[in-house]
Design a protein around this ligand. Structure first.
Ligand code: ADP
Ligand code: MG
Length: 407
């Protein structure tokens, strides 16, 4: 099932038309209401440039934070609009409404190629409920719809799903933006037709949040490498003592079952960095995985593990990484995550396709300054997880299908 994208739109489909683009401008703001990280805004520029060059009248919609259907002034989209205006040559307007009379009037003022940013979609009750009345009001603003907000695509909200359906029912097109397309291409190819060997690395805090990913990936990968606190639950399933490490007791039987099913595919750390406390300056020790001392916690994978995992990663042709190997937020427990990140960059340089998903993993690789040395860093934490679990994302589902004749 393939979806149409902005590249499929021709000038005659778009020129002078009102195009509603769902973006993910859920950006961090400081107390002076300035955007402190504009990555998400920059990520939408290819889609905006494309539409603008085709002569579209561009209307941007996004949520920011969780205002819970109230007008929370600190969560206005105005600062994002201001930042966008500094990044593009076109005129960028902002209107403090999301739908309704004033929003429609502001849209009427747009010239071809110009941009209007609407107010926070989550100011309005009905957005998160995917309310059909709100979806219809949003659809009244536009002729066409573009979804470039991969990070919100796992939610069936009015601005991500409902509005697309109304526009399509009206005979209009609803297509994927460049960013969305890129996400689907990288994640989709890894799942559907990976060049082998295909290696997945899973880490992070809990098994429970990633069971469905493990289950979905296990039959597809050649190796499934485990790190982070998740490994501890597997150690317990093997009968090892884990000291004061984070363990999900109720998932031990599941870990046992996954190990049986996975056989040699499933790889666990051979050594670990342990400490008494999860804090900066803690004194650390490297121990073998089967001998975590009483009272100590495993907070990172050890140097032997980094070397072994590095070898597996460097010999892979497709690598998917989700979840840090340790408590990377603290320098003492960062080596495992850094080692894996560096192995990924080496694999990439050697021609492998490497994809990083997950909010904390993306933050970790960004902090290491290595984001541009892997093939793709997903912008959607929750969305990329759900995609890897094999779930259909409502925001993608709602877009127009590519049919034989259309191109
Ligand atoms: P992602 O957001 O990339 O999917 P997760 O949210 O699953 O990743 O996990 C990230 C968190 O896991 C980080 O905050 C990290 O500190 C924590 N973590 C990793 N390893 C351990 C460990 N051994 N003990 C406790 N916490 C850990
Ligand atoms: Mg996380």
């Amino acid at each position: 099932m393939e979806k149409l994208t902005v590249d499929d739109l021709r000038a005659e489909d778009v020129r002078g038309k009102r195009v509603l683009v769902r973006v993910d401008y859920n950006v961090p703001l400081n107390e002076r209401q300035e955007v402190t990280d504009d990555t998400r805004i920059r990520a939408t520029l290819p889609t905006i440039e494309r539409l603008s060059s085709l002569g579209a009248r561009i209307i941007l919609a996004s949520h920011l934070g969780r205002p819970k259907a109230k007008r929370v002034p600190e969560m206005s989209l105005r600062p994002a609009a201001r930042r966008l205006s500094e990044l593009v040559s076109q005129k960028v307007d902002f209107i403090g409404e999301t739908v309704g009379e004033q929003a429609r009037a502001a849209v009427e003022q747009l010239a071809d190629g110009e941009i209007l940013v609407l107010e926070n979609t989550r100011y309005i009750a009905g957005e998160e409920a995917n309310d059909s009345e709100l979806s219809t009001q949003m659809a009244e603003l536009a002729d066409l719809y573009v979804n470039d907000a991969f990070g919100s695509a796992h939610r069936a909200h009015a601005s991500t799903a409902g509005v697309a359906e109304v526009i399509r029912e009206r005979g209009g097109l609803a297509v994927a933006g460049h960013l969305m397309e890129q996400e689907l291409a990288y994640l989709g190819r890894a799942l559907e037709s990976p060049v082998r060997p295909f290696v997945a690395i899973l880490g992070g805090a809990k098994i429970s949040g990633k069971i469905d990913v493990i289950e979905a990936l296990l039959p597809k990968v050649d190796r499934l490498i485990i790190g982070g606190a998740m490994a501890n639950t597997f150690f317990r399933a093997k009968g090892y003592e884990t000291g004061s490490s984070l363990v999900e007791e109720d998932r031990i039987p599941l870990a046992k079952e996954l190990m049986e099913r996975g056989g040699d595919k499933l790889v666990l750390p051979s050594d670990l960095v342990v400490a008494q406390k999860m804090e900066a300056g803690a004194s650390t020790e490297v121990v073998s995985s089967d001998s975590i001392p009483e009272g100590l916690s495993a907070l990172d994978v050890g140097p032997d593990t980094v070397r072994d995992y590095g070898e597996i990663i460097r010999s892979a042709k497709t690598v998917l990484w989700n979840g840090p190997m340790g408590v990377f937020e603290i320098a003492e427990f960062r080596s495992g995550t850094e080692g894996v990140a560096r192995a990924l960059t080496e694999a990439t340089a050697g021609g492998a396709t490497t994809v990083v998903g997950g909010g904390d993993s993306a933050a970790a690789i960004a902090e290491l300054g290595l984001s541009d040395q892997v093939s793709h860093v997903s912008t959607g934490g929750g969305a990329s997880l759900e995609f890897l679990e094999g779930k259909v994302l409502p925001g993608v589902e709602a877009l127009s299908e590519r049919t034989g004749g259309t191109k």
